[in-house]
Design a protein around this ligand. Structure first.
Ligand SMILES: [Zn+2]
Ligand SMILES: [Zn+2]
Length: 168
């Protein structure tokens, strides 16, 4: 599997997962079968969980006729998802994962780019954290250092959390 096209961001339902739609797109996870996302037209008048991805790359959920719990609190209206969020949808549990930790391999787009924080050149074999919004690669330590602050890449507003990352 190529690491250049990661199946991120996604909702991990333990055993199966839903990869979020492309930026600016949305689909509905119908209550009766959330494994099969429906396009907007087909989804008319069905209840379920709308899953959106903003143009900037954020994951957003909007419950429609179903109860959805995020991190122990019912979602009213919409909720922007963050790395490690727990979602409960009709008794099913999912974890939101958007931050990818990977080891660079030959041909990865991040090889020869620099960590936006310390400017170290990334190379084959480097362990990096990929920013889910701008796609830049960081040293794991640098990413951790940015917790609570902002990605240093120009025009990127992603705020690295402290919930950890997912190994791929
Ligand atoms: Zn660095
Ligand atoms: Zn970024």
């Amino acid at each position: 599997m190529s690491s250049t096209v990661p199946p991120f961001p996604r909702l991990d339902f333990k055993g199966w997962h839903i990869v979020l739609p492309e930026r600016g797109r949305q689909f509905l996870l119908p209550s009766e079968n959330p494994r099969e996302p429906l396009e907007a037209k087909v989804a008319e008048r069905k209840s379920g969980l709308w899953v959106l991805r903003t143009e900037s790359g954020l994951g957003v959920v909007v419950p429609d006729g179903v109860d959805v719990i995020r991190n122990g609190t019912a979602v009213t209206g919409m909720a922007v998802l963050h790395q490690g969020d727990n979602l409960e949808l009709g008794g099913r549990l999912a974890i939101y994962e958007e931050v990818q930790r990977l080891t660079l391999t030959l041909g990865d787009a991040l090889v020869d780019r620099r960590c936006p924080h310390c400017f170290t050149a990334l190379s084959v074999g480097s362990e990096v954290i990929r920013c889910p919004l701008c796609g830049e690669g960081y040293c794991p330590d640098c990413w951790e250092h940015l917790a609570g602050s902002r990605c240093c890449s120009r025009n990127c507003h992603f705020s690295p959390g402290s919930q950890g990352t997912h190994d791929e």
